[in-house]
Design a protein around this ligand. Structure first.
Ligand code: ATP
Ligand code: MG
Length: 442
């Protein structure tokens, strides 16, 4: 539709993108791959609201985190003043739902989600204000085999998508007492080098020194080379958990690197943390991150229960598919309906309804307001649509109760062939037009 030049221009917000065809086919394809894979790993879908009470994220993610300090879209409900936030991530929401509905009553649950998240960040390649995550969470399970299962699931996804060059980095954050001992050593170390700290690091020195390890400032990163490492503070149980995860990964041929500085952005993690990173996306190279969060469920008011999960950035994964020039199979039209005269619409729509009911993908020609185009012009549209066949509903055909079926593609089995088919027995010939397995017909 043409724009009305007098009306003020309305545009999408900065950092929030429309996802339009044909690109949306890549999203659908990715989502279909994920659904299939999640079913194979016995993870079931959960959908929680996009808006939650602000307190949920403050309590869940921690007050001194990038997200809570500066990235949340928070507002007061204009009707009752409640403090609300557009979800910046979905682990807190999932945990809230799990607790609220006692989902762990009968044992552990494996869950996955897909959907938009909102963070007030500076938009750039791979970083948006509305972006999308796919996440998997295994709640109520303490063992390292779940950490490994989730990593293997992500690995299987990269493989299913055909992606290459994604490496795995692992670390263990140990348990809270171990973190506390490390924290004291870290504060002492940073105090010795106070002159090299930036404002943010100084502010976090006492509130959340671990977060300084996450700093993107190169000067701080240099300082971190000699900083005390958490792994040296882990006790035997934490180390054993970490080693079990690694043994499973090794047995499964998953390559990884231990990165002692990997701490992740949220406070709720303990023991295993991991990230999948690529060098093919510039600065925004982390495609997936996760780890264990054994204390979060209790912190959210539930009966204490362990959990582990990850979330991936859909935009980054799709961008990687594009960078690696991986083709995505978009659905192809089986047929394009060409119509001789407007009086034919009732019969045409009746026939197309039957074809679609049998599972075929059919587009009908439609005029933009000036009446029907010539048959020749409609054939051009049929060709451009990518449809494998043209169905010609001309006046002569309809009088005879027939439709002309013309093969449009050189790749068709019956390339170049034109036949006349009866409209009173569509089922007898419909399947010959279909290229894809018939999954939708009943
Ligand atoms: P980063 O260090 O890049 O800011 P993060 O640690 O904040 O990432 P997580 O909260 O772990 O990211 O989210 C998991 C994944 O979601 C990230 O690895 C990334 O792929 C994706 N992601 C996070 N923030 C954004 C964003 N603003 N735009 C697009 N994708 C994002
Ligand atoms: Mg971030």
């Amino acid at each position: 539709m043409a724009e009305n030049s007098n009306a003020p221009k309305l545009t999408a917000l900065k950092g929030m993108n429309d996802i339009l065809p044909p690109a949306s086919a890549r999203w659908e394809w990715l989502e279909a791959q994920v659904r299939d894979l999640m079913a194979r790993y016995a993870y079931r879908n959960i959908r929680t609201p996009l808006v939650e009470s602000t307190a949920l994220f403050v309590r869940g993610l921690g007050e001194v985190t990038d997200i809570v300090e500066k990235e949340m879209y928070s507002f007061a409900d204009s009707l009752n003043g409640e403090h609300l936030t557009l979800r910046p991530e979905n682990t807190a929401g999932v945990v809230r739902a799990v607790v609220e509905h006692s989902l762990l009553y009968e044992g552990g649950k494996r869950l996955y989600y897909m959907g938009p998240m909102f963070r007030h960040e500076r938009p750039q390649r791979g970083r948006y204000r509305q972006f999308h995550q796919i996440g998997a969470e295994a709640l109520g399970f303490a063992g390292p085999e779940l950490d490994a299962e989730l990593i293997l699931l992500a690995q299987a996804l990269w493989q299913a998508l055909g992606l290459q060059g994604i490496r795995l980095e692992l670390n263990s954050l140990g348990q809270p007492p171990e973190r506390l001992a490390h924290r004291a050593a870290l504060i002492a170390y940073f105090q010795q080098h106070a002159a090299q700290l930036d404002e943010e690091a100084k502010r976090r020195l006492h509130s959340n020194p671990l977060r300084i390890l996450d700093s993107k400032n190169p000067a701080i990163q240099a300082l971190l080379e000699a900083a005390p490492q958490l792994i040296d503070f882990l006790g035997t149980a934490s180390l054993a958990h970490f080693e079990s995860v690694q043994t499973i990964l090794q047995t499964n041929g998953v390559a990884y690197r231990i990165n002692p500085r990997l701490v992740r952005g949220m406070d709720y993690y303990n023991l295993t943390v991991f990230e999948f990173i690529t060098d093919h996306l510039g600065a925004q190279g982390t495609v997936c991150g996760g780890g264990r969060y054994d204390t979060l469920i209790e912190q959210m008011g539930g009966k204490p229960a362990p959990a582990v999960g990850w979330a991936l950035g859909v935009e980054r994964v799709l961008e990687l598919l594009q960078v690696q020039a991986l083709e995505v199979t978009a659905p192809v039209l089986d047929a394009y309906a060409i119509v001789g005269e407007v009086s034919a619409w009732p019969q045409v729509l009746l026939a197309l309804q039957t074809l679609r009911g049998l599972g075929l993908r059919v587009q009908m020609h439609s005029a933009g307001g000036e009446g029907l185009a010539s048959i020749k012009a409609q054939f051009k549209k049929a060709d451009a649509s990518g449809a494998r066949y043209a169905l010609v509903f001309g006046a002569d055909e309809l009088r005879a109760g027939c439709v002309t079926v013309k093969s449009l593609r050189a790749a068709n089995r019956d390339a170049g062939v034109q036949t006349t088919q009866p409209l009173d027995n569509i089922a007898a010939w419909a399947q010959t037009l279909q290229s894809h397995p018939d999954t939708s017909a009943r």
